[in-house]
Ligand binder design. Structure first.
Ligand code: NAP
Length: 268
């Protein structure tokens, strides 16, 4: 089996990476950065985001697994002390693959046929560089609201525990094929009105954001932030691609939520 390792590049993650490479090659696995079948991410959830973006062109061929060298992560849910157990399970092919939905982001530009499409594992956000963001929100081709405020966050189910949660959005189970639209500080008074609640949209729905005046926007896709000029529209929907995770043990999502946000010592 071919494997690659993405490290957060701190001393602990790099030391663990060296150990993992030794163990895996001793079991006959081969390092292949170009065409890995399994990618080990060593660091945090942020490290797994970097690994995901490195291999977005071959998502159907690769399975990810995350080891956390800091706190427990949502994607990085293996402890460093479990490395030997993990390596043996990989070498013996003792894992199943589970898939999580992704978000497709398509940006169209004024006076141009060109458009860019990105895949997000956590979320995409839209902000206006200098002024209040003003965007018309369309759902499935129908006008829904005119948003005025700091920005909008469109997240995947697995990304719902990240930025979306900090904005007061709901946590979605990653088995749901859906995406969530959450507001950042909307202006609401007698003149300007938005729904206020987060919206959870199913896989066959589309959300399109259309600029009202300004056409330059800061758009993030996970940790990647770019300024897009002359934007005509930004379309969001559940992507047809999925991320595949190698699962070796049961660690239910709600237990990870509990251990990450409530109490790391789960009581039965
Ligand atoms: P960062 O600022 O270094 O990390 C942001 C934090 O988000 C880290 O603690 C990271 O965990 C955690 N995180 C990432 N994905 C998560 C998930 N799915 N569920 C729960 N926590 C998660 O930035 P980064 O490492 O480049 O990551 C970019 C991400 O930061 C974005 O996708 C966005 O979700 C998040 N972010 C959050 C806020 C906020 O909460 N106010 C603001 C901006 C961006 P690790 O420590 O394990 O890496």
């Amino acid at each position: 089996m071919r494997f690659a390792i993405q490290s957060r590049n701190d001393p602990q993650s790099n030391e663990l990476m060296e150990r993992a490479i030794n163990y895996l090659t001793n079991f006959g696995l081969v390092v292949d950065e170009e065409r890995p079948e399994i990618v080990l991410s060593i660091g945090g959830d942020g490290t797994l985001l970097h690994a995901f973006h490195r291999y977005t062109h071959m998502l159907s061929e690769v399975a990810f697994v995350g080891i956390h060298t800091g706190h427990l992560g949502f994607y990085a849910d293996w402890k460093p002390s479990e490395i030997e157990k993990l390596v043996i399970s990989i070498a013996k092919d003792e894992f199943k693959v589970i898939e999580y939905p992704l978000l497709e982001v398509t940006i169209n530009y004024q006076n141009s046929e060109e458009c860019y499409t990105y895949l997000a594992l956590n979320e995409s956000t839209v902000k206006s560089p200098e002024v209040t963001l003003v965007m018309d929100v369309e759902l499935n081709g129908r006008p829904f609201e005119r948003f005025r405020g700091d920005g909008l966050c469109i997240s995947t189910p697995s990304g719902s525990t990240a930025y979306n949660k900090a904005l007061g959005g709901a946590i979605l189970h990653p088995s749901l094929q859906a995406f969530q639209l959450t507001e950042m500080a909307s202006i609401n008074n007698r003149v300007f009105r938005t729904v206020g609640s987060s919206l959870v949209l199913p896989a066959h729905h589309k959300c399109i954001l259309k600029p009202v005046k300004a056409e330059d926007f800061t758009v993030t896709v996970d940790h990647v932030q770019l300024l897009h000029k002359n934007v005509k529209s930004i379309q969001y929907r559940v992507a047809k691609e999925k991320i595949r995770f190698a699962r070796f043990k049961a660690f239910p999502f709600w237990q990870r939520v509990h251990e990450s946000f409530i109490d790391s010592d789960l009581k039965e």
